[in-house]
Design a protein around this ligand. Structure first.
Ligand SMILES: Cc1cc2nc3c(=O)[nH]c(=O)nc-3n(C[C@H](O)[C@H](O)[C@H](O)COP(=O)(O)O)c2cc1C
Length: 180
């Protein structure tokens, strides 16, 4: 089947080795435009993005991010605007806030892939340190980095799935049998 969306979903991989080539500002803007279209619980749009291309800030973020194997030339930090969430009566642990981080991340990853960029997700960082580096406004919490650049020709081996993972092993059709 020829379907560019399905093909992009199938061929996207985390890029953990990136070249030093910068990301075009226009591509970064396209990616942010795509992220604005990500599904959002109640269409509340409680996320804010911090887009970074400044080399010094990128270096500082790397220092506080042990899980970042790549050296990105741009990072988009997906943040939750806690003050805005509270104004909607949402608890800081509300499920929708974190589901929205995921929908946004996948939208950005696919947008990056379709623009020919390499992209990787990183979550293992000190939220306090990242907030300090970025001087984030009160109530904003950094939740995920989308690390961007141009994928190097050779990538480190990814994390292998445990067991046999196919769409069939992930799926159960219809109701489970009633419990005795
Ligand atoms: C919530 C979440 C957190 C992740 N955190 C990291 C991370 O800190 N560092 C990293 O290299 N990859 C991280 N990943 C990427 C996963 O390891 C990756 O998606 C998985 O191994 C499958 O590889 P693929 O996306 O290339 O198919 C994260 C992915 C998700 C969804």
């Amino acid at each position: 089947m020829t379907n560019s969306v399905l093909e992009a979903i199938r061929t996207r991989r985390m890029a953990r080795a990136l070249t030093a080539e910068p990301v075009d500002r226009a591509d970064l803007e396209e990616l942010l435009k795509a992220a604005r279209r990500a599904p959002s619980a109640g269409n509340r749009r409680l996320h804010r993005f911090v887009a970074i291309q400044d080399p010094l800030t990128l270096r500082l973020l790397r220092v506080v991010t042990p899980g970042m194997f790549q050296r990105p030339t741009a990072i988009v930090v997906i943040c939750i605007d806690g003050g805005r969430a509270e104004s909607f009566g949402m608890r800081p642990t509300a499920k929708g806030l974190y589901v929205d981080v995921g929908t946004t991340a996948q939208t950005m990853l696919l947008a990056a892939h379709s623009l020919g960029l390499g992209a990787g997700v990183v979550t293992s960082f000190s939220q306090a340190a990242v907030s300090a580096v970025l001087n984030l406004p009160e109530g904003w919490s950094p939740e995920m980095f989308i690390c961007l650049g141009h994928a190097a020709p050779v990538q480190p081996a990814g994390m292998r799935p445990r067991g046999n993972v196919t769409w069939q092993t992930l799926t159960h059709w219809e109701r489970f049998p009633a419990k005795e």
